[in-house]
Design a protein around this ligand. Structure first.
Ligand SMILES: NC(=O)c1ccc[n+]([C@@H]2O[C@H](COP(=O)([O-])OP(=O)(O)OC[C@H]3O[C@@H](n4cnc5c(N)ncnc54)[C@H](O)[C@@H]3O)[C@@H](O)[C@H]2O)c1
Length: 338
């Protein structure tokens, strides 16, 4: 059984990989834990959730908001939750983000853990302790840093995940290898098919993926430095996502190609490396270009909440497997992009 640990201040968060029946014995899930899930998962996993105290929210990122939080608080009170209660977020990143936020704020914070069910949640969203909701048009504007006690990662939940969600998650997954694991990136490029069948995703792949995030988070729990590297591809990716409405991982894929080409212009990546990045994304069925005009992308980029004044911490690649934070003026980045 593989396991990882995120350490922060006085709390540790255990990430365990394997079959649910086995790994759930390794952590403490109280019998009366309150599960939070979305309506899609409640339907598919009705049997699994049958004997559990349950709060079901509507699926989709547009529902990751304060009005859903309001209904969660109301239901927690209805279920007579108190400071000793335990919340389990069972779902994709939308559910784990909101369940973590509910647990971190209800009665000033109660215990919680996650059972992620999407690829994105398994390798990214459920790990690292960032919980929160969107506020009007601002993504993840309201939230907390608070680690779940456990994250149980069972790849068999991926069998029911819609294909486009799986491939979208693959965008973030490849990002992890690009920023911090050259060996795994080339292992993927050599045999992509070994990772693309959601019926049979190797635990080792999920472990290697999660390990990149865990290692970075352990070095920078509150995102004051190195953790920003996880935003590779996101400056342009977010803008493309807003303008096109395509899935997050698909937009990040295009954003990573733009960031790779800018890294080349900055004298960091070689042409061969840029081509390898494009080839890997294509082999994962991800888009690498967009028809949206550069002016529109730049306009949308200006609205990015992570920007401080007219400067930006642009995440470039020094080489495959090695990200670099390059502080620059937005105007300079725009010139490079154009
Ligand atoms: N906290 C963080 O560090 C962090 C990092 C990255 C992303 N996120 C957040 O994660 C969210 C995106 O996560 P996501 O891509 O998992 O989206 P999601 O939670 O919205 O799930 C996508 C869809 O897949 C369905 N689904 C999930 N698992 C399923 C399964 N096993 N079988 C069938 N259907 C399933 C859901 O019902 C939903 O319709 C965003 O809100 C994003 O902001 C957070």
């Amino acid at each position: 059984m593989h396991r990882l640990e995120v350490k922060s201040e006085n709390k540790k968060s255990e990430i365990v990989f394997g079959q649910y029946d086995i790994i759930s014995q390794k952590v403490e899930i109280p019998d009366d834990a309150i599960f939070i899930t979305d309506d899609n998962l409640a339907k598919i996993y009705g049997g699994f959730l049958n004997d559990k105290k349950l709060i079901v929210i509507e699926h989709g990122d547009k529902n990751k908001n304060l009005s859903t939080m309001d209904s969660i608080y109301e239901q927690l009170i209805g279920l007579r939750a108190d400071r000793k209660s335990f919340i389990v977020g069972f779902g994709g990143g939308m559910v784990t983000d909101i369940a973590g936020f509910a647990a971190s704020t209800f009665m000033r914070g109660i215990r919680f853990g996650f059972i992620p069910t999407s690829l994105l949640a398994m390798v990214d969203a459920s790990i690292g302790g960032k919980n929160g909701v969107n506020y009007h048009r601002f993504k993840n504007m309201i939230g907390t840093f608070n680690q779940p006690e456990f994250v149980l990662i069972d790849s068999s939940f991926l069998k029911t995940l819609p294909d486009e969600e799986y491939f979208s998650g693959m965008g973030e997954a490849l990002k992890h290898f690009l920023i911090d694991d050259k060996k795994q990136f080339y292992a993927f490029l050599e045999k992509p098919k070994a990772y693309l069948n959601k019926e049979n995703v190797p635990d080792k792949f999920l472990f290697n993926q999660a390990k990149v995030k865990v290692d970075i988070v352990n070095r920078d729990v509150k995102e004051s430095g190195e953790r920003k590297k996880l935003n590779f591809g996101h400056t342009f990716g977010h803008a493309i996502e807003k303008l096109s409405g395509i899935k997050h991982g698909y937009s990040v894929s295009i954003g990573m190609v733009i960031a790779a080409k800018i890294s080349y212009k900055l004298g960091l990546l070689s042409t061969n490396e840029v081509n390898d990045i494009i080839a890997s994304l294509k082999s994962a069925g991800l888009p690498t270009e967009t028809h949206i005009s550069k002016d529109n992308i730049i306009d949308a980029m200006h609205k990015d909440k992570k920007r401080a004044g007219d400067k930006i911490d642009f995440i470039a690649l020094e080489s495959i497997g090695k990200a670099k934070i390059v502080p620059m003026k937005i105007s300079g980045l725009e010139e490079l992009f154009k």
